[in-house]
Ligand binder design. Sequence first.
Ligand SMILES: Nc1ncnc2c1ncn2[C@@H]1O[C@H](COP(=O)(O)OP(=O)(O)OP(=O)(O)O)[C@@H](O)[C@H]1O
Length: 511
Amino acid sequence: MSDKEPKIQVIIRKRPLNSKEISKGDIDILFKTSSNSLVVREQKLKVDLTKYIEEHNFAFDGVYSEEVSNHELYINTVQPIVLAAFQGAKVTCFAYGQTGSGKTYTMMGEANTPGLYLLAARDIFEHRNELLPEIKVSVSFYEIYCNKLLDLLNDRNKLHVREDAKQSVNIVGLVHRPVETVQNLMSIISQGMEKRTTGQTGANDDSSRSHAVLEISLKNSKKTLGKVSFIDLAGSERGADVSNSDTKTRIDGAEINKSLLALKECIRALDQEKKHLPFRGSKLTLVLKDSFIGCCRTIMIGNVSPGLFSCEHTLNTLRYSDRVKELKKTGTKDSNPLMLLRQNSTIVKIPSEEPKPMSLLYKKSGEEGRLRSKGLLSNHNNLLSCSTDFSKVNFMKKHEFLMQEIAEKEDELVTAHQKVLGEIQNLMEFENNILNEVLEPGSDMIMYINKLENVLSYKEAVNTEIRKKVEILKKAIRDEEIFNAVLNIQKPAIDLFDLNHDDFLENIPFD
Ligand SMILES: Nc1ncnc2c1ncn2[C@@H]1O[C@H](COP(=O)(O)OP(=O)(O)OP(=O)(O)O)[C@@H](O)[C@H]1O
């Protein structure tokens, strides 16, 4: 493995239009223009209803159109680096994109179309069996769902992340299954996939709200030599659920948003060879810490849907992927002038309309008065006039803080509740004993009263403590809801959760 090989590759994969999209009249607006560039032809309407097209050009390390099979994609992207794991590298492959854009199709594949998991497993076992039979292969498979780590190979058991004194990140209790054959590995993965999609609610929807992490570890006399990880990320549009009216959906959405932003920052830092990686920015990047340090090879696959109806999400995926990696510094083989621009947009046919003045956007809802009458906005807090005071970073920091509060308070409550449940079992035994004692002839009534009073005082203290924690968590949730209501008024002007802005996390001290 040479140092000249790129540490990070960003490629785009387009899926074909499906029959449902075609029957709804959707059309393909995504065109590959060279081996590493593409154009999105966005159809827009002027206010007078005349149509115009805005062309968005992008360039990446590779662009794969709809006729490219999983096998061809694998040969060109993952295969050249997968065996580096035998030399100690951490090889990581991400699939990013909106729900339904082909992430799982790429990773897992379908009945007659093996995906990257299987194709990589075949090469790993072939290489191991032929040249390094002493190497042991094991697999772990977990998901990050609602900011919780769940073991897909152990009935979705909740896992905990710990950083040790040497700052290594460990996932406590994660099952690592030893595997001997490709079939063995694939049947374990299938079991895990089943757990992921049918999860707690039985809804497929869950899979697009979780990041699935599959790790194939290579061990040499108990020491991990190298690792190949595949991460099927949550649907990127889920991050936009932050303004949803349902608090739980909003909190989950904010977590997904946070993790995708943190991931982008970590890969960018890796690309720019920065010493400091902001991996503590989210649980996802924290658990992947060792994939970002030392000898690593990373591939980001941006999966995109081709249809006009998915245009906004497709552009978001392309912009996110574009920002993950800096312009190639020198000596790019490709002479395509787009490589120099990386990304540009042109309006064709008709020039675009003038942007609306901000003041019109603000005044659209009358929401401000409603909030003020409810006491959610103070008199001097005039949202309409002080819009320039609200910077994206300040909003992000504040929201980040409120979400953190909810997560912390939830953890505190659950831990305290679990502890109390354990103690109550002992207490019940104790109460049974004192009851039995008092029922004995000639028992000591005063002793019984003293002991019972102690039990009752303990129960009261515990209940008060737990109730206090319930109230604190409820308040944290309420604070976030109020903040969110205010935020929704600001939204037209401040697209706070736009994944494509880089300046969000750069100003937030994660570490
Ligand atoms: N390259 C492709 N060629 C043919 N069909 C594809 C391709 N990519 C995706 N599909 C089809 O598109 C549909 C959605 O794909 P998939 O389930 O992989 O999306 P996803 O991004 O994983 O969505 P989710 O986030 O919900 O898990 C599936 O029916 C799949 O068969």
